[in-house]
Design a protein around this ligand. Structure first.
Ligand SMILES: [Zn+2]
Ligand SMILES: [Zn+2]
Ligand SMILES: [Zn+2]
Ligand SMILES: [Zn+2]
Length: 372
């Protein structure tokens, strides 16, 4: 042959005969061989050789492939008719004059079909891919999906920042190599951001929902106990105070707090643990002679519950002298977001305090809580 490729002689399916057994009887049927190398002109070539020579040529996909179907009865006469689908495009009338090899070239260079969506990916394939992605992006310490704040070792292993702080050595626990100083690539960043997001707090296993407030109220935040300064998880603080600081009263929804004010001209803070409507609060009494203000601050402690109700705190002072008409009453709507404790403050002018301090140097604060 002087021409290369499969174009020198037009493809024509080689026909022949074969025999099959139907209903126990041997029958002769005609067959068509759609493999181009079954033609005498090409029988000295391998399919690969022909395909290579054909790659530059144009094929055709002007007719969308649709499997040809036919029905035939099974060997058993009682069996219902079954339909047979031919997945080979050359079984279509439009392509029956072409060998399979003639069709692919254009298909190979076909543009990506952008109309496909992820919905076309079968669920099992999708889940398998997700498993692989979650495995290669897992944190080498907690062995779960790496958190948004992560670090990588020089071998690209992931380690959550919070998990990294718990390591005794500053090297990757898997490959023992140092951590990389390079910023993760934009691509890696995008992949991590696209994966299910875990709460940023160490030991918390919660996966965040979109627009989730969980992290703000997560009970796994480490806090300092106001009394002994030790690190305690928010969710454990009430139990900690109850067991470790038995000398402290835990106040409830209707409490009169009695403080002895002996050093009025110094700065001091008194802490009052309070538990109202499933919410633990530190109620701090702060005396500041320089600003001439006596203040009360309410600090809600995150315990893992996102508050659904509003809590109001009503603070009242009554004069010690019955003829005195000086009163102090104010109600504060508490912001239960633990990061907004500064907003939960009540200020009392220190000039008012002498009206409320009795002979024993005590001041009685009545605090009542209500919710809606
Ligand atoms: Zn981790
Ligand atoms: Zn590593
Ligand atoms: Zn959490
Ligand atoms: Zn403590």
């Amino acid at each position: 042959m002087t021409h290369s490729g499969s174009r020198s002689v037009k493809f024509q399916a080689v026909t022949g005969t074969d025999s099959i057994v139907k209903h126990g009887v041997s029958q002769t049927i005609s067959v068509r061989h759609h493999c181009i190398t079954s033609m005498r002109e090409y029988e000295s070539k391998s399919l690969e050789e022909l395909r290579l020579e054909d790659y530059a040529a144009k094929g055709t996909d002007s007719v969308k492939f649709q499997a040809a179907t036919e029905t035939h009865s099974m060997e058993n006469n009682e069996a219902p008719q079954t339909s047979n689908t031919h997945q080979c495009p050359t079984s279509l009338t439009e392509y029956e004059s072409k060998p399979l090899e003639e069709l692919p070239p254009k298909d190979y260079s076909a543009k990506k079909d952008h109309t496909r969506s992820q919905g076309d990916v079968p669920v099992d394939c999708f889940l398998k891919s997700m498993d692989t992605i979650l495995d290669v992006t897992k944190c080498e310490v907690c062995l779960e999906a790496a958190r948004r704040d992560f670090s990588q070792c020089v071998n690209s292993h992931f380690i959550c920042m919070v998990c990294k702080t718990s390591l005794s050595k500053s090297s990757c626990p898997t490959c023992l190599q140092p951590f990389s100083n390079n910023m993760p690539s934009v691509f890696v960043r995008q992949i991590i951001d696209a994966l299910p997001q875990r709460c940023k707090h160490l030991h918390c296993t919660v996966y965040l929902q979109p627009d989730d407030d969980h992290e703000t109220y997560c009970g796994w935040q480490t806090l300092n106990c106001r009394i002994c300064n030790s690190h305690v998880y928010g969710k454990d603080l009430l139990t900690h105070v109850e067991t470790e600081h038995k000398e402290f009263t835990i106040f409830g929804t209707d409490s009169t707090l009695i403080h002895k004010i002996t050093n009025e001209n110094e700065i001091w803070t008194l802490y009052s643990p309070t538990f109202v409507f499933e919410q633990f609060l530190w109620v701090d009494f702060i005396n500041c002679p320089f600003t001439k203000i006596y203040s009360i601050m309410f600090s809600p402690i995150p315990n893992g519950n996102i508050p659904k109700e509003t809590i109001y705190a009503k603070v009242q002072y009554s004069p010690v002298n019955s003829e005195d008409k000086t009163q102090f009453t104010t109600t504060l709507k508490l912001n239960l977001d633990p990061t907004c404790a500064d907003q939960n403050k009540i200020y009392i002018s220190r000039s008012m305090l002498p009206h409320f301090i009795n002979d024993k140097k005590e001041i009685h604060t009545l605090i009542t809580y209500a919710k809606n």
